[in-house]
Design a protein around this ligand. Structure first.
Ligand code: NAD
Length: 308
């Protein structure tokens, strides 16, 4: 299979490329290196890297010429706060950039795997946890909105042009090479600070929960989406487990061997209290479930941040 990974030199892309290099798929990474970069990817060959912005007309042309079977679309503006400060830039990347990719996909008949997000659901009342894919979409940020917009574009590209797609809504992803600005950065922020012997801060009392899923597991889910017959639908990729920030800090303490005493600051406006996505549909439709425990994933993450 010929596969293109947009944003493949970013955090999640770097896990995906490593896994796909173990297969016989032919790979091209397209990335403008705005947050990721070639240094996140393995040094040896086995794939082609195009330093290219998805919004450029030449990007569309290049994709069309290469006739990909599958396009995994990870490239995006990923920061919730940045989307609120500058919704136009967010839309230029996440809507217009994506449309450039979708137009090229339709010309070459490629399946599109799209990286969507739990932010698509917005605030969910606690008795609706774990959140099912059928839950109402009510994003609270422009970032969430542009992701929902692309989900709807995909459904219409399928209806009008027969383009096949799989939407994956990721929970809070963590692991090696994660930046601390995009979504779900709490673990990378904590890990970097712990590795540097600095304090960490929790906003609120630490009982708030998140559904933390290891990036290598997300990469396996994407690989399943590349070949599944159950297409033109959406899957949550999550652990379906809630972890409080207090528990997170306790486990990080254990795996790092450091005594960590967090500082507590007032809750930030707009932070949700509990979060957990159902993964039953991904289990049934993709034959996927996460394999890496939070302890193992945090150990790998801590080791990485201590090593750089
Ligand atoms: N990390 C998470 O917790 C999480 C959760 C839900 C969804 N997602 C989604 O997963 C995808 C990957 O996220 P990530 O955490 O790996 O972020 P990341 O910032 O590490 O990766 C994004 C990559 O896209 C590249 N990029 C950005 N704009 C581009 C453009 N215009 N043209 C070409 N390349 C461009 C960046 O250089 C970077 O390498 C994103 O679509 C994000 O919205 C991430």
């Amino acid at each position: 299979m010929r596969g293109l990974i947009t944003g493949g030199a970013g955090f999640i892309g770097s896990h995906l490329v490593r896994q796909l290099l173990q297969t016989d798929h032919q790979l091209v990474v397209m990335d403008n290196a705005i947050t990721g970069g070639r240094h996140y990817l393995p040094a040896g060959g086995g794939f082609t890297c195009w330093q290219q912005d998805i919004r450029d007309a030449t990007a569309k042309k290049k994709i069309q010429q290469e006739k990909f079977d599958v396009i995994i679309h990870l490239a995006a503006q990923t920061m919730v706060d940045a989307s609120i400060k500058d919704p136009v830039f967010d839309a230029s990347e996440n809507i217009m950039g994506t449309l450039n990719v979708l137009e090229a996909a339709r010309q070459c008949g490629a399946r599109v795997i799209f990286a969507s997000t739990a932010a698509a659901y917005g605030d969910v009342v606690e008795n609706e946890l774990p959140v099912l894919e059928s839950h109402e979409l009510s994003p609270q940020s422009f970032y969430g909105l542009t992701k929902v917009g692309v989900e709807k574009y995909l459904a219409l590209y399928h209806q009008h042009y027969g383009l096949d797609y799989v939407i994956c809504r990721f929970a809070n992803v963590y692991g090696e090479r994660q930046g601390d600005k995009g979504e779900g950065g709490v673990i990378s922020i904590f890990a970097k600070r712990i590795a540097a012997g600095k304090d960490i801060t929790i906003y609120g009392d630490g009982t708030q929960t998140r559904d933390f899923v290891y990036a290598g597991d997300i990469a396996r889910g994407i690989c399943k989406a590349m070949t599944t017959e159950n297409v033109n639908t959406v899957y949550n990729l999550s652990t379906q487990t809630e972890t409080s920030l207090l528990d997170l800090v306790r486990i990080m303490s254990e795996v790092s061997g450091c005594e960590i005493t967090p500082k507590f600051w007032p809750v930030r406006e707009g932070d949700i209290y509990r979060s957990m996505l159902s993964n039953q549909k991904a289990k049934a439709g993709l034959g996927w479930e996460p394999q890496v425990s939070l302890e193992d994933g945090l150990r790998r993450t801590m080791d990485y941040f201590r090593g750089i």
